[in-house]
Design a protein around this ligand. Structure first.
Ligand SMILES: Nc1ccn([C@@H]2O[C@H](COP(=O)(O)OP(=O)(O)O)[C@@H](O)[C@H]2O)c(=O)n1
Ligand SMILES: [Ca+2]
Length: 497
C-alpha cells in the first residue's frame, strides 16, 4: 500500500460521518440565516391616506397625505403626496349661492379619487377646515355661513372617502397646528430638539406661534397651548389676529384713508401711475372695517398710487394699536406676547410676497430689505406691468403694500429687530410638504403623534440579521474545530521512508 493511499483511507474529511455532519452544519447555518432574514423583516409597504381641505379666505386647497401603514409613530413619516388648488374664490365668497361652493370642490375631489388607490378610498378620512374667511362670514351672517357648510358637506359626503366633517377651526388651532406641521416635518418633535416658531399670513388672519422658555402660560392662558408629544412637554404661545391677513389689512388701510369719504385717495402703498375706480360698498363689506364706513359715502372713489414705502408704512401703522397693554409685554392691540425665541418659519402669504420681491434670503440685512421695498414701491406702474406681463395685475398692484405690511407686522407688530430678523426663514415647503396648518390638523385628528415616545425595537432588522450571521459563522467554525482531534493526522505530510 503506498503512503498516499494510506493517507486517503485515513483522511477523516472523507468519512461518511464527517460528510454528513458538515452537510447538516451547512444546512443548519443556511436555515438560520434565512430565518433571520425573513423574520422581523418590515412588512411589504401598505400605504394609508388622509385628505384635508384648507378652506381659506381667498381660496381652497386640497392636500392628500400618505404614510406607511406600520410605523405611524415615526416622525416625518407622513408626507404630502398630492395637492390640488380649487378654482375660484374661497368658500366664504359663495354666501349668496352656497351650492356653487360645493360644486367648486368637485374637480379636486375627482383628482383625489385618482390619486388614492381605490381599495383605500373607504378608509381614507376626509376633513374640511375653514379659516378666517368663514370666521368673518359667521360673525357677519351665521345663517349664510351655515348654508355654505351644508352645501360643502353635501358635496363631500358624495365622495368615496370617509368624510369626517366640515367646520371652522379656531385661530388657536390654526396657529398651533401650523407649528406642529413645521416641527413634525423637520423631525424636531421626536428628537426633542429646539422647536421652530411658525408665522402664517393669510388673507383674513395671521398667526404667530412659538415656544419661549420664560413663558409658562399663566400670564395669558388663552394664548397658551400645551402638548405632550413623544414624551416631551411643550408650552406653546400662539395668537391669531383676525382681520390681520393681508387682504383685510389692505381694506383697513384703505378704510383709514377714506374716513372722510373723498372722491380720490392718494395711496402711497400703490405705484405711481396706478389708478382704479373702487366701490365704497365693496370696500366696507367686511366686519373688519364695516363700522368705519363714512356716512354718507359716495358710491365710489378714485384709487391713485403715489409709490412711497415710508408713507405707506405710516398708513399701515395705523391699523395697529400699540398703546394699550395690560400685560408685562404685548405685540399689538393689547395682546400678550412673550419675548421672541428661536428660529421661525414664515409661510403662506409671507412666502408668496417675499418670494415675488426676491427677499426670501434673510441674510439680507433688514435695512437692505426696506431699501429694496422702497425701490420696488417707487417703480412706476407702467414699468412694473412691462416687467411682469404674466402676473395678474390685481396681484401685481398689491406687492408694494403687502411687502410693507409684512415688514411692519414683523418689526413693529411682533418686535423682530435687525438682530433676530435673520432667524426668520421664508418657506413654502419642508421636504416636499407644504407648510401650513393642515398636516398638523390631520395628525391630531388621527392620533398620529403619541404623547409618549414609542418603544424602540431592540434592534433594527439589519442589526438582527448581522448578529444571527455572526452566530452562524461562529457555529461553523465550532464544527470545524470539533473535528480537530483528527485534523493533525490528516494534515501531516506523509513521510516517505
Ligand atoms: N400664489 C399665491 C397664493 C396665495 N396668496 C395669498 O395668500 C393668502 C392666503 O390666504 P388664505 O386664503 O389662506 O386666507 P386665511 O383664511 O388663511 O386668512 C391670500 O392673501 C392670497 O392672496 C398669494 O399671495 N400668492
Ligand atoms: Ca390660510
Amino acid at each position: 500500500m503506498s503512503a498516499q493511499r494510506e493517507m486517503k483511507e485515513k483522511n477523516p474529511w472523507h468519512t461518511p460521518a464527517t460528510i454528513i455532519i458538515t452537510v447538516i452544519g451547512v444546512i443548519a447555518i443556511v436555515a438560520l440565516v434565512t430565518v433571520a432574514v425573513l423574520q422581523n423583516k418590515p412588512l411589504p409597504k401598505k400605504y394609508k391616506y388622509g385628505i384635508v381641505l384648507d378652506a381659506g379666505s381667498s381660496h381652497t386647497a386640497l392636500y392628500i397625505y400618505g404614510w406607511p401603514a406600520e410605523k405611524v409613530n415615526d416622525t416625518g413619516r407622513v408626507v404630502q403626496v398630492h395637492s390640488c388648488k380649487v378654482k375660484g374664490p374661497g368658500i366664504s365668497s359663495y354666501a349668496s349661492a352656497p351650492l356653487n361652493a360645493g360644486e367648486s370642490l368637485k374637480v379636486c375631489m375627482l383628482e383625489a379619487k385618482d390619486q388614492v388607490p381605490s381599495k383605500r378610498h373607504q378608509e381614507t378620512p376626509l376633513y374640511l377646515g375653514a379659516t378666517a374667511g368663514m370666521r368673518l362670514l359667521n360673525i357677519e351672517n351665521s345663517t349664510a355661513s351655515d348654508g355654505v357648510f351644508q352645501a360643502v358637506s353635501q358635496a363631500l359626503q358624495t365622495s368615496p372617502f370617509s368624510f369626517q366633517g366640515a367646520r371652522i377651526i379656531s385661530g388657536q388651532e390654526e396657529g398651533a397646528f401650523g407649528w406642529v406641521t413645521v416641527n413634525y416635518l423637520d423631525d424636531r418633535l421626536k428628537q426633542g430638539l429646539e422647536t421652530t416658531g411658525a408665522l402664517d399670513l393669510g388673507g383674513a388672519s395671521t398667526q404667530i406661534s412659538f415656544v419661549s422658555d420664560n413663558y409658562d402660560g399663566s400670564e395669558s392662558p388663552k394664548n397658551s397651548v400645551t402638548f405632550r408629544l413623544y414624551g416631551n412637554d411643550y408650552n406653546l404661545y400662539t395668537h391669531s389676529f383676525l382681520c390681520y391677513g393681508k387682504d383685510q389689512v389692505l381694506r383697513m388701510t384703505l378704510a383709514h384713508q377714506t374716513q372722510s369719504g373723498p372722491a380720490t385717495v392718494l395711496d402711497p402703498c400703490f405705484h405711481r401711475g396706478y389708478t382704479a375706480i373702487k366701490n365704497y360698498t365693496v370696500l366696507y363689506d367686511t366686519p373688519c372695517v364695516s363700522d368705519r364706513k363714512p356716512q354718507p359715502a359716495p358710491a365710489s372713489f378714485n384709487h391713485t398710487g403715489t409709490g412711497d414705502f415710508q408713507e405707506c408704512q405710516r398708513v399701515v401703522r395705523n391699523v395697529f394699536n400699540f398703546t394699550d397693554c395690560k400685560y408685562s409685554r404685548c405685540s399689538f392691540n393689547g395682546v400678550f406676547q412673550p419675548s421672541l425665541q428661536g428660529p421661525f418659519g414664515a409661510f403662506s402669504a409671507y412666502y408668496f410676497v417675499m418670494n415675488f420681491l426676491n427677499l426670501t434670503d434673510t441674510s439680507t440685512p433688514l435695512e437692505d430689505v426696506k431699501k429694496k421695498i422702497t425701490n420696488y414701491c417707487a417703480t412706476p406702474w407702467e414699468q412694473i406691468k412691462e416687467q411682469y406681463p404674466h402676473i395678474k395685475q390685481k396681484y401685481l398692484a398689491e406687492y408694494c403694500f403687502s411687502g410693507t405690511y409684512i415688514i411692519t407686522l414683523l418689526t413693529e407688530g411682533y418686535n423682530f429687530t435687525s438682530e433676530n430678523y435673520p432667524n426668520i426663514k421664508f418657506i413654502k415647503k419642508i421636504k416636499d410638504s407644504d407648510a401650513g396648518w393642515t398636516l398638523g390638523y390631520m395628525l391630531n385628528l388621527t392620533n398620529m403623534i403619541p404623547a409618549e415616545a414609542p418603544d424602540k425595537p431592540p434592534l433594527p432588522h439589519g442589526g438582527y440579521v448581522s448578529i444571527v450571521t455572526i452566530i452562524a459563522i461562529l457555529l461553523f467554525v465550532l464544527i470545524i474545530f470539533s473535528l480537530r482531534p483528527i485534523w493533525p493526522r490528516c494534515s501531516k505530510r506523509p513521510q516517505i521512508i
